[in-house]
Design a protein around this ligand. Sequence first.
Ligand SMILES: Cc1cc2nc3c(=O)[nH]c(=O)nc-3n(C[C@H](O)[C@H](O)[C@H](O)COP(=O)(O)OP(=O)(O)OC[C@H]3O[C@@H](n4cnc5c(N)ncnc54)[C@H](O)[C@@H]3O)c2cc1C
Length: 412
Amino acid sequence: MAAPAEAPETAAAAAGRRFDYDVIVVGAGIMGSCAAHEAASRGARALLLERFDLLHHLGSSHGESRTIRDAYPKAQYPPMVRLARRLWADAEAESGYRVLTPAPQLSMGPRDSAALAAAVGNAGAEEVDLARRWGGAFRVPDGWLAAASEHGGGVINATKAVAMFQALAVKKGAVVRDNAEVVGIEKGPEGGVVVRTSAGEEFRGAKCVVTVGAWASKLLRSVAGVELPIQPLHTMVLYWRIKPGRELELAAGSGFPTFSSYGDPHVYSTPSLELPGLIKINYDGGPPCDPDSRDWACGGGDVAERVARWIEEFMPDHVEAAGGPVIRQSCMYSMTPDKDFVIDFLGGEFGEDVVVGAGFSGHGFKMGPSVGRILAEMAIDGKASTAAEAGVELGHFRIKRFEDNPMGNAKD
Ligand SMILES: Cc1cc2nc3c(=O)[nH]c(=O)nc-3n(C[C@H](O)[C@H](O)[C@H](O)COP(=O)(O)OP(=O)(O)OC[C@H]3O[C@@H](n4cnc5c(N)ncnc54)[C@H](O)[C@@H]3O)c2cc1C
């Protein structure tokens, strides 16, 4: 009797033989954690590699609060925020975690500010009478506009949100490894990529997603010779004491808003939530830094004084500016010249095998679940169908090579 013919090997089985993983994600901040979760959700064998301990405080995704808002001067962001809101809710429902506290979003600034007018228009925000709506909390100069989108804002617990996506990724089969610094990404001998760590380990992947935050320029220069104009900035999270008796008025539970104050300095805030009696009011920017040799002390003095002066002018009866902020936490922005994200294939010899998510310019956290889904779809399918369905135009996020590199300091 003739031996039965062997079944022909499927493409997936062949790929499985050649690669240890379908998708290797480098960097476990919010973007990488969401990308690994999305890849694993789609049945891909996903590996997430993180240089430091999970949930460390050395990058950009740690801490207790990030604003989510739909008031954006640039029209490409509100569709991505709307998609993210849906994905935040899905992840909360699936994990049982609560990471997002909804709030109104208040945008205020000089009436002739084009950025403010665009943000208000894109959010469909309506002009509000500040005194009637939030008591005497704000004093704004004559000629200023204040507009609120009732369901546009919110506060996301950042570290808990990263933990949520890492837990969901593991639940769906992803392998998560910390203390694994990637030092090499090379083309694989049989296609795909080989990812090497400083400990000498090698992982073969069909695709690689690079989400290394403030390290993006350094890593991509060393592994691929690609220059991305992404400048890390040392920034500070500042918490200020609320004046006695005013604590409830500024609390998230009382409907106090997340807000952006356009003008100079550009200041933003989340309602009192994670630290009772304190409110986060931040300046949007900071000095350039090297993520591997940071001056942990800098960014405090001058920045804190600018915010203190803003508080004395705008919220003098409710927030204590004298004596400075009660708590200062260090963080980093990864600025692109136009403050638009980089979401693109690396190209060159890597073609579409390496996808880059970087340059989130101090405003990416809220959109982490959208970015993660887009990166995973680009890696697995070569295109992001969800982005197209949600009206997110990825053309805005291509890798650009700028002749000059002016670094702005305003959130947009
Ligand atoms: C003070 C502050 C306030 C902010 N406020 C807001 C806000 O209100 N709303 C909002 O939407 N956004 C906000 N942001 C921006 C937002 O937090 C960032 O855009 C976002 O966290 C960026 O995430 P990431 O995953 O790209 O970077 P990161 O969180 O830095 O993650 C990158 C990871 O890659 C790892 N890594 C680096 N190199 C390697 C390597 N070689 N091998 C393996 N791993 C590596 C790093 O250790 C790190 O864990 C704020 C940021 C700061 C600093």
